[in-house]
Design a protein around this ligand. Structure first.
Ligand code: 3PG
Length: 206
């Protein structure tokens, strides 16, 4: 099964305290969002991935903000089950292809998507989605590139997520709104679970 089809929303998590990782992952899974992207932007990120991979097997934990082959190696060593990058360099793509787990390399233009499609990649992250052209841009890409599917991320909110999810070339969206820093700092996992439940219902709700 494709990463893009696990859930309508992939929570994009910036984690400051690895001690919050396990209860956070349990709350997201309970809310119906099993695919969890931990961004490699903080010193706690790799440890957080390691803890979730070890203690929350029902979660599909992956690494985001993967920028270098070294990031790929660190993520895999921690147990990451998928990789997401904001953009794509030749060396990063080579490392992702070799990783043996699903990956969503980042693109923002038709040329970048075509360059990856030439290498056989058919699923990508569209980033930064709102700033790079949003729903209109993605819809326009579906004509010439009907075989490429995207996970738009960057500026997605509960208000605009449904418009993205209605596009034929969008499998899921990514966003940080489900795990705001203030709720993580407060340990408010009940509220996070509620945000996850609402996000999980985005594809089917009217
Ligand atoms: C990402 O890393 O994909 C984005 O920074 C998440 O974007 P958002 O904070 O606008 O949801």
């Amino acid at each position: 099964m494709s990463l893009l089809d696990l859930a309508p929303v992939v929570p994009v998590v910036v984690i400051e305290d690895a001690g919050t990782a396990v209860p956070l992952a349990r709350a997201l899974v309970a809310g119906g969002l099993p695919a969890i992207e931990i961004t490699l932007r903080t010193s706690a990120a790799v440890d957080a991935i390691r803890r979730i991979a070890a203690e929350v097997p029902e979660a599909v934990v992956g690494a985001g903000t993967v920028r270098t082959p070294g990031d790929v190696a660190a993520a895999l060593d921690a147990g990451a089950r998928f990789l997401v990058s904001p953009g794509t360099t030749p060396s990063l793509l080579t490392a992702m292809v070799a990783a043996g787990v699903p990956y969503l390399p980042g693109v923002a233009t038709a040329t970048e998507a075509m360059t990856l499609a030439e290498r056989g990649v058919r699923e990508m992250k569209f980033f930064p989605a709102e700033a790079a052209g949003g729903v209109g841009y993605l819809k326009a890409l579906s004509g010439p590139l009907p075989d490429v599917r995207f996970c738009p991320t960057g500026g997605i909110t509960p208000a605009n997520a449904r418009s993205y999810l209605s596009l034929s070339n969008v499998g899921c969206v990514g966003g940080s709104w489900i795990t705001p820093a203030v709720l993580l700092a407060a340990g408010d996992y009940a509220r996070i679970e509620k945000l996850a439940t609402e996000a999980a219902g985005l594809r089917t709700s009217p």
